[in-house]
Design a protein around this ligand. Structure first.
Ligand SMILES: [Zn+2]
Length: 229
């Protein structure tokens, strides 16, 4: 039976890499896939999913007004489809997550969603909230904080490397993100005193947590991990 999957993680955990590898496995067996990514950070001339390690594949862009069930249903009527992949799934609306659930339940197609669990202030994204609520299979993609612990939180920085604790969920302008464990996230966002008393500051070339920021993944489209819009 087809299932709705949600693989979630913090930034730069390699979600897009895993998505592209999984899609490749289908294609290698002669099966047809349909890939989606959010239009939010995508350039209109770059309809693709890119991973940090250089993998890339063409993708459809979705925005908040798209009826994904109708689109996929029409696609499946044009030719056989075997699996749907959705990157940046945190940006799905609640309604769209239900549309994807119907793709699974009514069209019998597996849907693999990949996205961030929480935003830079620690709140669930709309799409992630609904996926956590109704997906058949939840999978955590692990990445690590600078301390070596599992990173579950995302912090936003300005271009100078200062941690930001206010702003819109989807950033307008340039921001940089890093993944931290919950303990360090509380310290770096000022919710708990820093151990060394200093306010932390990250540079582009010295980001913590195994965060190479070398492009793709959730850090699209800029290869330094700068989400420009
Ligand atoms: Zn840590």
């Amino acid at each position: 039976m087809a299932k709705l999957y949600f693989s979630y993680a913090a930034m730069n955990a390699g979600k897009s890499t895993i998505l592209l590898q999984a899609a490749h496995n289908y294609q290698e067996r002669g099966m047809q896939t349909l890939l989606y990514t959010s239009s939010l950070y995508a350039q209109m001339d770059n309809r693709s999913i890119c991973s940090r390690i250089g993998l890339t594949a063409a993708a459809e862009l979705y925005d908040r007004n798209d009826d994904l069930f109708e689109q996929i249903k029409q696609g499946s009527e044009r030719g056989p489809l075997h699996c749907i992949f959705v990157d940046e799934a945190q940006f799905l609306t609640k309604a769209q997550v239900w549309q994807l659930a119907r793709v699974t339940d009514r069209l019998g197609l597996p849907v693999m969603c990949y996205g961030l669990r929480t935003d830079f202030v620690g709140n669930l994204f709309e799409g992630s909230r609904e996926l956590l609520a109704i997906a058949d299979v939840l999978r955590e993609v692990r990445t690590i904080c600078e301390c070596g612990s599992k990173a579950t939180m995302v912090a936003r920085m300005d271009e100078a490397g200062n941690i930001l604790t206010q702003g819109d969920q989807v950033a307008i302008g340039k921001s940089v993100y890093t993944s931290l464990c919950r303990k360090h996230w509380e310290e770096y966002t000022g919710r708990w005193p820093c151990a060394n008393g200093d306010s932390p500051k990250f540079g582009f070339n010295d980001t913590p947590g195994g965060n190479e920021n070398t492009g793709g993944d959730d850090a699209r489209p800029d290869n330094r991990g700068v989400a420009a819009q």
